[in-house]
Structure formats: C-alpha cells, structure tokens
Ligand binder design. Structure first.
Ligand SMILES: Cc1ncc(COP(=O)(O)O)c(C=O)c1O
Length: 345
C-alpha cells in the first residue's frame, strides 16, 4: 500500500500521482531526443506555455528550482544583485543555488508574503556603479508559498513593473502556483505574462504532473536558457513522456483548482475557531500558526498521522495543510474530524 492509499495526505500538492487519463497520455506520447530539439511533445508543450503567457518562447526543465535558477542566471550576472522576499522559495528552499551556480548576491525585504509594498522595494534598488552591488532583478512569488498561498494583486505587480522599468532592472516571477492565482483572482495568464521578463511555472504542484516546470521569456532569453539548462545537467532526452503529462495537466487540471481552493476554505473554516490560522486562506494552502495552541507542530502532525492525516511541519510552531487533486471530499471530511479533535486537545 502506498502513502496515498493509507493517508489523507495534506503535506503538499507535490504528492499527487498521475491520473489514469494522464498516464494514458504519457504512454501514447510521441518522443524524440530533446537535447537535439527533436522531441515533438516537448516542443508542443513549450509552444503552448509560451503562448499562454504571451511570450515568445519557453523551455521545459526538470524542476521548479532549476527553472527559477536558470531564469535568475538570465537576468542577474555574477556579482550582481537580486531583490526578493525573505521567505521567497528562491532564497529559502533552493539550497543557495543563486550564489553557488549564478554567483548572484541576494538581498531580501522582510517577509510579507503577498502583501508586497512596491515603494519599499523601490527604495532598496541600488544603481549601477563601482561602490555597491548593482541591483539587476526583482523576484516575486505568485502564489506565495511561505506566505500561505497569498495572491499578489495585479495592481501591485503593475506598480512593480513600472518601478523595474524606471530602474532598468528585470522582474522575475516564481510562478510555481501562478495557475492558482489565475483561478482565484480571474486574471488571465497572459496579463501576468505581460508583466515579467521571465517566469518559471510548474506542472508538478497543483496541476498534478509527475515532473516538470518551464522557463518563459523572449526567444533570445530562452535560447540562452537552453545552454544554461544543459550546463546544470538538466538536458533530458525522450522527455516527451513527461511533457505529455504536462500538456494533459494544462488541458484538464487548471480550472479544477477552484475545487482545491474550496476544500482549503472548508478546512480553514473548520479550524478557525481554534485561533491557529496564520492568514486568510485564498488558494490551496492553509498555513497554521500554533503559537497559542496546546501543542507544537510536531505533536499536531504526530497526532494527526496516528489517525490517518498527514500535515506538513514548517517550524516548531508552524504547520501547513495543502489541498490538491489527490484529496477528495471524503478526505476533507476525515481531515476536519481529526484536526478539530486533535486541536481541541
Ligand atoms: C513557490 C515555489 N517555487 C519553486 C518550487 C520548486 O519546485 P521543485 O520542487 O520542482 O524544485 C516550489 C516547490 O514547492 C515552490 O513552492
């Protein structure tokens, strides 16, 4: 029996398994050697995703981390600076890659999740010159993972674009869950795409593909990205089998994210009376702040696990629940029953 069969797994939306339809699409995929640019399914996926975001080109990469790091290397030369949130995935969970691979210096604004203050970001930008590290790019995360799945409003992003243009720096979007923002706020993906020089978007989180992210940008940038991907060991061969899963996910699993958001809202409503919700729930992430709870995050996770529900521990007193296509209504019922019992103490 697998973990998915034995538990209601709310740790992450990366735990999904391919659906039968997705497996069928993968099995039937037309493939070729993608390092030669000859995989028709990869080429089709790249063209599709570029068009969705209104950009010229896109590049399939094995992971969201690699897609982010390729994009950052495109817009920040070694020894230059990236600005981002202190809780951004690119500086929290990518194991120092920007510095290790790109020679990139990162400076962060205090963690604010999706509540980015464009004026505060503008005030951090350092101009070109020989006396200080020049800022070359600003990165934002849509939706914001450690920010509890918050959605940065379109107006804020437009203001950041204006600031980036004025300062002649690039704007990158870690859009691992940009699909969730699109569904939650009804903003067309092309409207998001128009605001960024580069985006990374992920097929293997909420969309349910087993593997894969894409870097999106201009034709020139993506040509360079292909070189950087190979250098980082991310050149794949008959990757069409994976790209087919991604194409299937884009066709079938975007609009259904509204279900995941509704399920997360149900979880949030059930546990709100315990005073442990860290923030308003907007998408599929339900962040818990257990500072005032009778138990810490490890105790909560252990007690829930003993009753068949898996919860993610993010810190001693912070935990997270995530809804995704592997959790149905019965699973949410079960999670509500178990978590409310455990939180009652
Ligand atoms: C916001 C965000 N960006 C990037 C990534 C990295 O994706 P991967 O695990 O495929 O490297 C994640 C993973 O959860 C994420 O949440």
């Amino acid at each position: 029996m697998t973990v998915a069969d034995a538990f209601v797994d709310l740790r992450s939306d990366t735990v999904t398994r391919p659906t039968p339809g997705m497996r069928e699409a993968m099995a039937g995929a037309d493939v070729g050697d993608d390092v030669y640019g000859e995989d028709p399914t990869v080429n089709a996926l790249e063209a599709e995703v570029a068009a969705l975001f209104g950009h010229e080109a896109a590049l399939f990469a094995p992971s969201g981390s690699m897609a982010n790091q390729i994009a950052l290397q495109l817009v920040v030369p070694p020894g230059n600076e990236l600005l981002c949130d202190a809780d951004a995935h690119v500086v929290t969970y990518e194991i120092g890659a920007a510095a290790a691979y790109g020679g990139i210096s990162s400076r962060t604004w205090p963690a604010v999740g999706a509540d980015v203050d464009p004026d505060a970001v503008a005030a951090m930008i350092r101009p070109d010159g020989y006396w200080a590290v020049p800022t070359r790019a600003i990165a934002v995360e849509q939706t914001h993972n450690r920010g509890g799945g918050g959605v940065i409003p379109l107006a804020t992003l437009r203001e950041l674009r204006r600031i980036a243009d004025d300062a002649q720096v690039a704007l990158h979007c870690d859009g691992a869950r940009i699909w969730h923002a699109h569904v939650a706020d009804g903003v067309p993906l092309a409207d998001y795409g128009a605001l960024f020089d580069t985006l990374s978007v992920c097929l293997s989180k909420g969309l349910g593909a087993p593997v894969g992210s894409l870097v999106v940008g201009s034709a020139d940038k993506i040509e360079r990205a292909r070189f950087l991907r190979k250098r980082m060991g991310g050149g794949m061969r008959q990757a069409g089998i994976l790209a087919a899963a991604g194409r299937y996910a884009l066709a079938h699993h975007v609009e259904r994210l509204a279900d995941d958001h509704a399920k997360a809202a149900r979880l949030a409503e059930a546990i709100a009376p315990f005073g442990v919700l860290a923030t308003t729930v907007r998408t599929n992430l339900v962040p818990l702040d257990l500072t005032k709870a009778p138990m810490d995050a490890h105790a909560l996770a252990a007690a829930a696990r003993a009753e068949g529900v898996l919860v993610s521990v993010l810190g001693p007193r912070t935990a997270r629940l995530v809804t995704h296509l592997g959790v149905d209504d019965a699973g949410i019922d079960r999670a509500v029953e178990v978590l409310t019992r455990v939180l009652r103490g």
